[in-house]
Design a protein around this ligand. Sequence first.
Ligand code: HEC
Length: 198
Amino acid sequence: MIGWLMKKIKLTNIIRVSSLVILTSSVFALSSVLETEEQLKAIERAHTATGDLKLNFRRTLKEELDKGGPAKALPACRVKAPKITNKSLGESQVIRLGRASHRIRNPLNIPPDWVKPYLEKFSQANTSDIPKHVLVELNPHRYGYIEPIFVEPICLNCHGQDLGKELREAILKDYPLDNATGFKAGEFRGLLWLEMKK
Ligand code: HEC
């Protein structure tokens, strides 16, 4: 019974690992794929952290849009560093995180060097070839984790094609170098990256 269970667990892992391999290999060489038990657990930890983050982000964004329209809701699309104190981030051992894009609104959203090649490759790939996530071993104590961000209909309010004069002006007031408009739903918008303890 135990033997059978062990086999089943192993098989489940193999299936999960191979789906990661397929997703990742379409953009990157197989050699960059990590597949130990520890790494799968790290991916789960990262999922918990980003899942909560995205849920809160969406909720706030929608509330603020409903309340005052896009021009007033602009600050709602910031991912603030203090959110690291957020329970699920702490439990996931996240050290730092951020968002990056090939078409940036806030020039302060600069990714760490290890993220840059992924940003470049993903921004040039077909959206269907972009892996759902990537785990990178940064050093013996730290993992890096990346998730692509795609444009959803709600994002078009502030990153779409027809923004209207008032909103356009409000954006340029805070972000004079804005390059993050003109997106269509489904397009690659950027990355969510994080670094966490092993
Ligand atoms: C209410 C307007 C608004 C909406 C709606 C909105 N954004 Fe943003 N977005 C902004 C602003 C303002 C910034 C700059 C935030 C900052 O200062 O870091 C930004 C920045 C970003 C960034 C960081 C990279 C950069 O360009 O600086 C990403 C990624 C992003 N938005 C994705 C999205 C996605 C995905 C959605 C939909 C789920 C969305 N945004 C909806 C206003 C908006």
